[in-house]
Design a protein around this ligand. Structure first.
Ligand SMILES: Nc1nc2c(ncn2[C@@H]2O[C@H](COP(=O)(O)OP(=O)(O)OP(=O)(O)O)[C@@H](O)[C@H]2O)c(=O)[nH]1
Ligand SMILES: [Mg+2]
Length: 241
């Protein structure tokens, strides 16, 4: 199968020791797909490593930001680039740290329809998380429970950034810019697309914790997420009613 209609967007910040192996795997598991890596001027030289190793492969694209602007912001830059330059029909977002497995991409892509977004979930019966402390699992489940109830969100896991979107969803993002730009944007896009009558399909996934490189999640970003949740609720649930 050739996946030339697919664009895979990977936001990176200091992922030099993950991104090269991930691109290698994606070139094998999702042949023909455009791979769009969005780097925010990582101090560890991620961009240079990509240029050195994949500079001659025209399916691998590198977008360079000038400073760290958040995962969500990076993914949107990648979506809009792929929409314009690669004529893609299906848009996948995934992390670089190997918590999102490249072999699941074809399954996500094959289930997308014109108005269905397909989301890898860590909280279905056949899902699995490995390498997380009990505290982190409780924190993640609790966050999802709160988000689901406050935003009336249909997903069991709306904080996992491993999804495949149809082209129409990107057109919604172009018309209605999300108001958040970090991790909570994943919950915001669900709310935004649900308001535009999109459906969501969750598929079970295995989520191993990163073993290489450092987490970008900080206590400040976690606190920011609470503020973002309030902003999303205000903007989409209260203000728009
Ligand atoms: N371009 C860009 N990428 C980012 C930014 N923040 C995070 N990322 C990337 O977004 C993805 C998710 O970030 P992680 O650091 O893995 O966050 P996390 O999964 O909550 O944390 P871990 O569990 O420790 O992996 C990774 O590929 C990061 O490199 C950013 O500001 N800009
Ligand atoms: Mg991660």
């Amino acid at each position: 199968m050739n996946y030339k209609h697919v664009a895979i967007i990977i936001p990176i910040f200091n992922e030099r020791n993950n991104i090269l192996t991930l691109i290698d795997l994606l070139l094998k598991k999702v042949p023909g797909a455009n791979i769009v890596v969005v780097d925010d001027n990582s101090p560890d030289g991620s961009a240079l490593a990509i240029e050195k190793n994949f500079g001659k492969i025209n399916k691998v694209h590198l977008l360079k930001g000038v400073r760290k602007m958040g995962r969500g912001n990076a993914v949107f830059r990648g979506f809009f680039y792929a929409y314009q330059k690669c004529s893609s029909q299906i848009f996948v977002e995934m992390d670089a740290d190997h918590s999102h497995k490249p072999q699941l991409v074809p399954q996500l892509v094959n289930l997308v329809t014109a108005n269905t977004v397909v989301c890898a979930s860590r909280y279905l019966k056949d899902s699995r998380i490995s390498g997380w402390s009990r505290l982190r699992i409780i924190f993640s489940r609790l966050s999802n429970f709160i988000i689901k109830n406050i935003l009336n969100n249909p997903l069991m896991d709306s904080t996992n950034g491993f999804r495949a979107y149809p082209k129409k969803a990107i057109e919604v993002f172009q018309k209605h810019s999300p108001i958040t730009s970090n991790y909570l944007v994943l919950s915001e896009t669900v709310t935004l697309l649900a308001n535009h009558n999109f459906k969501f399909l969750e598929v079970p996934s295995h989520f191993p914790n990163r073993t290489v490189g450092k987490s970008n999640t900080t206590p400040i970003l976690a606190t920011q997420s609470l503020v973002d949740l309030f902003m999303i609720w205000w903007h989409y649930k209260l203000w728009r009613k």
